[in-house]
Structures are given as C-alpha cells and as structure tokens.
Design a protein around this ligand. Structure first.
Ligand code: GLP
Length: 268
C-alpha cells in the first residue's frame, strides 16, 4: 500500500486530482470508479477547474459510481446520482450516457446483476476512487461484508445512518438500504485511490493500513490490493504508527525519481 500524507485536505484533493490526471494522460478513455461523501467534493472541484482551464478532458471517460440509496430516484437531492451531477458531471465534458450510478428505483437484485455486468463489459475499472467510513466501510460495504462480495444490497448500520443524517432534512425519509459495489468488485479495479481527511477518520485509517485484514474492517482488504494508494491529511494520519516511515518513503521516491515499476507501490 502506498501511503501519501499530504499537509491538509486541499493537498489531498490536489494529489488525487494529479493521480487521475496521470491516469487520463496514459489512457484518455479510462474507466473511472467514483465515490460520494463530503471528502471527494474538493477533489471534484479540482477536476472541474482543471477541465475549465483546458488541462483535462473526460470525453472518452466512462464512470461507475460505488453506490446509491435504494428507493431514491436520480433527481432526489440526496441521491448519489444527483450529487455526482451537482459536483462533477454537469461541469465537465463527460458524456451523460457514459456515467453510471446504480439505479435506486429499479428492482434491486436485477440492478445489481446489470451493474456488475456493465463494469465487466466496459473492460473493468482502471482507477477507483474511494472514501472511508468512520467504521471502515468502503462504498456501503459495512463491517461483516464478504471480502469477495459483488454489487448487492446492504443494510446500513445505525452509525452510518447517523453519520449521513446531516444530508437529510429532519423529517425527511432516510433510506436504510443501499446498492453498493461489492468488496470483490472494488478489488478488481486495476488501481485504487482512497482519500481520507480529518481526525474523525484517524482510527479507521490506522486500522485500514496497520490493523489486521478482516471483514469487520472492510477497508483493510486494500492491504491485499496490488496497486492501492491512500492519500491522507495530517489529521487523518495522526494515529499511524509508521507515520514517519511513510513520509520517508515518499521523500526517497521523489529524490531517487524512481518510477513505480522500480519502486513498487508498496511502502514496505
Ligand atoms: C458514505 C459513502 C461512502 C463514503 C462515506 C464517507 O457512506 N457511501 O462511499 O466513503 O460516506 O463519507 P465522508 O467523506 O462524508 O466522510
């Protein structure tokens, strides 16, 4: 696992935007896996400004979002489709038909099969962006999710419901179920970039990177990914036991100018 500790959330967004930009330079028609939540908002802002400045194009890109609430239509302000339109899709040149977010209002079991197939038909995901739940979830793969799971319906934990309640009005219906790419689906992406910021993520970050791999901590499976990069701010990295070492690895990487094929993606 490559661990990049950026100074603050703005640097986290910038670093992730750079990784996406490198991916699109190598392969303009990449398949991107995208995430929602408050953490990637700054990243999407970065991508929009790079597009507006003429430094980035999404014309050839196909995208698959991680998850969607069961029962919400794409026009519902709390749906993840709406979020993506608002924060990214409406502001860049990505083709509408090339953007996939699981459909919250279609019969869930059929939609899960369709989604999984669509990813395979697109040739698989080249680069998957991930956020991190405070309980270690990725997508909506809550603790106890199968580590080889495919796209399916998950019941949200009360903790996740509470964490996301801030997006819903007080008396508004908040779904308890979500469609989510599985952990196996995420692991099949050729590259994974997870971003986390803030002290409230520090415990989950430490468990993901330095704890045992366990279904109780879904994000820890990334220790088994061949090409996983975790981009953190100093606050979310605050509990890492090997904090200095991860920084040292990045310093050496810059100084020696070795590319990843020589150095490998691993910090160890
Ligand atoms: C939701 C999403 C996740 C996201 C998580 C953390 O539960 N399903 O994909 O990673 O929130 O969100 P935030 O970035 O707001 O902390």
């Amino acid at each position: 696992m490559r661990v990049i500790i950026a100074h603050d959330p703005a640097n986290v967004a910038q670093t992730c935007a750079e990784l996406i930009s490198e991916q699109l330079q190598l392969k303009p028609c990449s398949v991107l896996g995208l995430a929602t939540g408050s953490t990637p908002i700054a990243l999407y802002k970065q991508l929009v400004s790079r597009y507006q400045a003429g430094n980035m194009s999404f014309l050839g890109v196909k995208s698959f979002n991680l998850d969607e609430y069961v029962g919400l239509s794409g026009t519902h302000p709390q749906s993840y489709r709406y979020f993506m339109q608002q924060h990214l899709f409406d502001h860049v040149d990505i083709r509408a038909k090339q953007t996939e977010v699981p459909l919250g209002q279609v019969e869930p079991s059929k939609e899960c099969i369709r989604y999984e197939k669509a990813i395979v038909q697109a040739g698989g995901i080249d680069l998957q962006i991930l956020g991190l739940g405070a309980n270690g979830h990725i997508g909506f793969n809550e603790p106890s999710s199968s580590l080889v799971s495919k796209t399916r319906v998950k019941t949200l934990t009360p903790a996740t419901m509470a964490a996301n309640a801030r997006f819903f009005d007080k008396n508004e219906y908040q779904p308890e179920l979500a469609l989510t790419m599985g952990i196996g689906t995420i692991m099949r992406a050729r590259q994974v970039v997870l971003l986390a910021t803030g002290t409230h993520k520090a415990k989950a970050v430490q468990a993901m990177i330095e704890g045992p791999v366990s279904a109780q901590d879904p994000a820890s499976i990334l220790q088994f990914h061949e090409r996983a990069t975790v981009v953190l701010d100093a606050d979310s990295a605050g509990l890492l036991k090997q904090y200095e070492y991860y920084q040292w690895v990045e310093e050496v990487r810059k100084r020696t100018n070795l590319n990843e094929f020589v150095l490998g993606q691993s910090a160890s």
